[in-house]
Design a protein around this ligand. Sequence first.
Ligand code: FE2
Length: 333
Amino acid sequence: MMTTRNLEPLFEVAQLAMVNLYTPKLEESIKFFEVMGMLVVHTDEEGSVYMRAYEDPYKYSMKLTPHHEAGLVKASWRATSQAAMDRRVEVLSSLPQGKGWVEPAYGRGKAYEFTSPDNHLFEIFFDVEYYEAPEELKSKLNNRPQRRPLTGVPVRRLDHMNCLAKDVDKNVAFFTEHLGFNVREYLAKEDGTKGAAWLSVSPLVHEIAFMTDGMMEKAAPGRLHHVAYWFGDPQDLEYLSDALTELGIPVEAGPLKHGVSQAKCMYAIEPGGNRIELFGDTGYLIFDPTWEPVEWNIHDAEKAIIWYGAGLPHSYFRYGTPVIEDQEITPFY
Ligand SMILES: [Fe+2]
């Protein structure tokens, strides 16, 4: 079979660099991330706390902002160059989703804010501050920005995010056309639309996914399903499950293996209410420049999400942040 894909690739967004979450329980949320070996590096004048995993390259990857409810504040994408950033801003500013420039902030330079079609808030930036470990946290491993923590179950870096959407296709079109993302895998509904999609700009299967909000009749747009951190070692998921169970922090699902991405993973709800996914094995990587998106039938949604491991709980397709009162509704798949 010859390739059927002949789109000119757009290498202008490099990676998911930072995520900012709301939490109604700041101290408990900090403790949760500390169990995962993450370090508080800064607190700003608004009371937001900045944390990093030991192989995050920049100053921080997680900003926790006190608020009356959990949810996504904003996620930050790093552009591949200043010129790439300027070109993306030119496009974004011509669209209804373009919001405008924001001033330099802790850890990064000037950024341009935009929303997804479902009103999730994002920004794109290029100038960034790299993390420089204090002497006592320097690693003897030359390619590691910070020594691996010797307590807790330390995660290595931020991996991806998953957003709940009322219209997955609109979000996919926005991210592919305007930001250069590639659809890697998707759930196809009988009417030809997508129930969920996993997209990336790198060899990872996804830096962002969109899934239909199972509570869409009740939900406001812009809900978050989860943010994921990466361990690189599936055994760490067992250690973390043990630690969280000891601490009374609910493990929602897993450890298990995904069909989509083939990653080994688990989900926990941090004390503030946000769902956090932990990746053990990354799964497969994509180097084929004309990769054809992999289709899963919507009726195979459970297999797509769980290749092996216990079934998904009721909450998986319904719970997101901000949290809304659960209702008896038909799941989307
Ligand atoms: Fe995920």
